[in-house]
Design a protein. Structure first.
Length: 401
């Protein structure tokens, strides 16, 4: 018989109900002056243990599950696509997944969900996938959380992957959390590094914690699959090898499983003249130093001359000066351009977490003590309202030649 991870000692419990008030999950009730804990609701947080004056509740170390994990094999990546086009984060996951699979002696598989996407399987094979599981059904024409999650859950339960990786994108974050909860797997979000423990063969998942001040390495040794979302632009894309061959498995999911409670009526894309910052080789970003939303015109003008993307700090987004899709940083997008212009951005650790891997960082700030200068390749101490227009004019002259 499996030992309970938390118990109530009848001889000590007086039915005072303090534990009921303390439990954040509503997992405790008192019957006949004895506390009863519902283990299907209990999260083993220990709040009831701390509040009990009579030491009647004992929290024991949760035991490892007895289920056999040896049947879980292969490294899987979720192949994100939009309108049939494979997104670049997928190629980054394939590059990293290939390394992990080789270290474990396993196969690398890609999961491609959508409608009219079957012909895209070859692209994934050429980037390193040994197997491509394709679900090509009309119910999956557009991304919606419920049907996509249901399809992925079905495949995971059927094939039992050892590792499941997904991009830390808007789609990936929304999708994989639903899947992890349902299949009862551990999930580490926003990873910046992945590795295999040579002794245990567990996946080592590293991510920033405490506002980026430390890097935490997390493992999920007792559950499978080991699931992680990976930040965009922190890993190298898998190279193209058109000579590779692989297996394409067309999976069928019952239409009943893919039913969704919501319906897409219309898609209105954000109107933006500059490119997506996640894909940009040059980014011009503005921060609080711009002082007002209309002053982002300076940033957009310089970006237009350079063929660059427009970025921003969280402060500018929070102030409503520019949409969230432009935010760079820990709570925004991670970018890795060849050149990053930081205009009126102080350089807090949260912003640096999203752009510090840029090849060249050009900082423009009137405060010579701004933290951004410690990370900048080139620093310009001055009034951005004078410096940025001057740079725009100079680049126009040079690029015309």
């Amino acid at each position: 018989m499996t030992e309970q991870p938390i118990i109530v000692i009848p001889e000590k419990c007086v039915g005072c109900k303090l534990c009921i008030k303390a439990c954040p999950f509503g997992a405790i009730e008192v019957k006949d002056k004895l506390a009863i804990i519902d283990l299907t609701k209990c999260n083993l947080c220990g709040a009831c243990v701390d509040v009990c004056k009579f030491k009647a509740i004992e929290l024991r170390q949760a035991l490892a599950p007895t289920r056999d994990l040896s049947g879980y094999k292969d490294v899987w990546i979720f192949a994100e696509q939009r309108d049939g086009k494979i997104q670049s984060i997928t190629y980054e996951l394939l590059g990293e997944g290939r390394k992990l699979a080789d270290q474990l002696g396993m196969r690398l598989a890609a999961v491609l969900l959508g409608a009219h996407v079957r012909e895209r399987a070859g692209e994934l094979v050429s980037r390193g996938a040994d197997i491509v599981h394709v679900v090509d059904q009309p119910e999956l024409e557009y991304f919606q959380d419920e049907p996509y999650a249901a399809a992925l859950i079905e495949l995971i339960r059927k094939h039992k992957p050892c590792i499941m990786l997904c991009g830390a994108t808007t789609i990936g974050r929304s999708l994989v959390s639903r899947v992890a909860v349902t299949v009862k797997a551990g999930l580490t979000a926003d990873c910046t590094a992945l590795a295999i423990d040579p002794e245990t063969k567990n996946l080592l998942q590293t991510r920033p914690a405490f506002g980026g001040n430390i890097m935490a390495t997390i493992i999920t040794p007792n559950h499978r699959p080991q699931m992680a979302t990976v930040r965009h632009k922190v890993m190298k894309e898998a190279p193209v090898d058109s000579s590779r061959s692989g297996q394409t498995v067309v999976e069928q999911i019952a239409a009943e499983v893919l039913k969704c409670r919501t319906k897409r009526l219309k898609f209105i894309p954000e109107v933006e003249t500059t490119m997506n910052i996640a894909e940009a080789n040059i980014i011009v970003s503005g921060g609080r130093g711009l002082q007002a939303p209309e002053n982002f015109s300076l940033i957009r003008e310089l970006a237009g001359v350079l063929g660059a993307g427009v970025g921003s700090s969280r402060a500018a987004v929070d102030a409503g000066w520019i949409p969230y899709s432009h935010q760079v940083g820990q709570t925004g997008k991670t970018v890795c351009p060849k050149i990053y212009f930081a205009c009126g951005i102080s350089g807090q650790i949260q912003h640096l977490a999203g752009m510090s891997s840029s090849d060249i960082i050009v900082a423009i700030n009137k405060d010579p003590e701004a933290p951004i200068f410690k990370y900048a390749t080139y620093g310009i101490v001055g009034d951005l309202f004078k410096v940025v227009p001057a740079l725009t004019a100079e680049f126009k002259k040079i690029l015309k030649k």
